[in-house]
Design a protein around this ligand. Structure first.
Ligand SMILES: Cc1cc2nc3c(=O)[nH]c(=O)nc-3n(C[C@H](O)[C@H](O)[C@H](O)COP(=O)(O)O)c2cc1C
Length: 257
């Protein structure tokens, strides 16, 4: 069973156009997987189902891996779903040419995952909906930021709804786009290293160079070197020469080899 989790950063719930993108893509992914003899479970959450508070800028997550807000809002629920899934859908409406404020708040709260590669090797579809403009730009930027946490975005897409008129984009126009995305998601699940973006590899190499020299990883932001070292060591990052190696090691570890 392949677990797909979708987080849609819209408060519009079932009326959200971004939810429609997610559900339509999930339907095509299910069909594609079933044709290959695989089953899909699909779960989605929208902004209105969660309370997500603003980051306090305390840096505790970077230092200790613990966020004080986690005990009072719903981020732990979201984190658990993100970590437990095999494939992620991350969708946001475009507001004022950017991702929604909620999406940004979620990214802020997950910033420390960029230091820990929490999402390493997880294939993802990243998408936005707009009335008219900035859709692809925002999807690409969102994918780039999530890649910092090791995520493997293989589909960056957008749909235009048309000015003020809900659900105007045509499902038939989107069909080939969803089909290509579904193929890529399944391929990436089998072999994430075939889909690694440049920035993931570059970021990995930079981090490793610093770690190899015993330099402070993030001295300016007050992140203690030794704590990061422990995380890196535990995750086998210090032994791996490339991000691709790391992913292979990590998936070997997961399979108990
Ligand atoms: C506050 C706000 C700002 C928006 N800004 C833009 C924009 O800059 N460009 C655009 O094309 N559409 C913009 N829209 C339209 C939404 O992006 C569009 O309707 C989107 O599909 C809504 O997604 P949802 O139904 O999933 O919430 C904006 C809508 C709102 C509510």
């Amino acid at each position: 069973m392949i677990k797909v989790f979708s987080f849609i950063a819209s408060m519009a719930g079932e009326k959200s156009g971004t939810v429609r993108y997610s559900d339509d893509l999930a339907a095509v992914l299910r069909k594609t997987a079933e044709a290959a003899g695989e089953e899909i479970s699909y779960e989605r959450m929208t902004g209105n189902q969660l309370r997500v508070d603003y980051c306090l800028s305390c840096l505790n997550c970077f230092k200790k891996g613990i966020c004080p807000l986690d005990s009072r809002d719903d981020m732990p629920i979201l984190k658990k779903k993100l970590l437990e899934s095999d494939i992620l859908f991350i969708g946001s409406p475009v507001y004022m040419g950017e991702m929604s404020g909620l999406m940004k708040s979620v990214l802020d709260r997950l910033s420390y995952w960029a230091h820990r590669y929490e999402l390493a090797g997880k294939p993802a579809a990243i998408f936005t909906t707009t009335d008219a403009s900035f859709g692809q730009e925002v999807a690409d930027r969102l994918a780039d930021r999530l890649e910092f946490s090791g995520l493997v975005p293989v589909h960056m897409g957008h749909a235009k709804r048309g000015m003020g008129l809900p659900n105007l984009y045509l499902a038939s126009d989107m069909q080939p786009i969803y089909e290509e995305a579904a193929q890529k998601l399944l391929q990436a699940l089998a072999s994430p290293t075939d889909f690694l973006g440049e920035s993931a590899e570059l970021k990995f190499k930079g981090r490793k160079r610093l770690a190899d020299r015993g330099l402070k990883l993030s001295g300016l932001t007050g992140i203690p070197t030794w704590e990061e070292y422990l995380v890196l060591e535990r995750r086998g990052i210090l032994q791996a020469e490339t991000y691709a190696d790391y992913l292979r090691d990590a998936s070997r570890g997961k399979r108990g080899e």
